[in-house]
Write a protein that binds this ligand. Structure first.
Ligand code: CA
Ligand code: CA
Length: 103
C-alpha cells in the first residue's frame, strides 16, 4: 500500500516535470538549435557565426532557467522569453542569409 502511494507520487512528479519541460519556449529553443545545426551543415553559417548564435541560445536558456528557478513562469516571464527568442530567431535568419558562407 505504502509502496503504491510512493510509486504514484513518483509518477506524478515525473509527469508534471515532463509537462513543465514541454513548453512552447522549449520547443522553439529546440527548433532554433536545429536551424543552427542545419545552417552549419549547409555552410550558410560560418564557424564564427554558429558559435555566436550558440552563445545566444545559451543566453536564452539561462533566461529560461532563471524564470523557472522559483518554480513559476509568470506571464511576464513568458513574454520576456518569447521576446528573447524572437530576437534570436531574427539573428539566425540574418546570419544564414548574409554574404558570409562557409563555402
Ligand atoms: Ca552566414
Ligand atoms: Ca519565475
Amino acid at each position: 500500500m505504502k509502496l503504491a502511494i510512493i510509486a504514484a507520487a513518483t509518477l506524478f512528479a515525473a509527469t508534471s516535470l515532463t509537462a513543465f519541460a514541454d513548453t512552447r519556449v522549449d520547443k522553439r529553443q529546440e527548433r532554433q538549435e536545429k536551424r543552427i545545426e542545419q545552417g552549419k551543415a549547409s555552410g550558410e553559417l560560418t564557424d564564427k557565426e554558429a558559435a555566436r548564435l550558440e552563445k545566444g541560445q545559451a543566453k536564452v536558456q539561462a533566461k529560461e532557467d532563471a524564470a523557472k528557478a522559483d518554480g513559476v513562469v509568470t506571464k511576464k516571464e513568458k513574454v520576456q522569453l518569447e521576446k528573447a527568442q524572437d530576437k534570436q530567431s531574427k539573428r539566425i535568419a540574418k546570419q544564414k542569409n548574409d554574404k558570409q558562407d562557409k563555402n
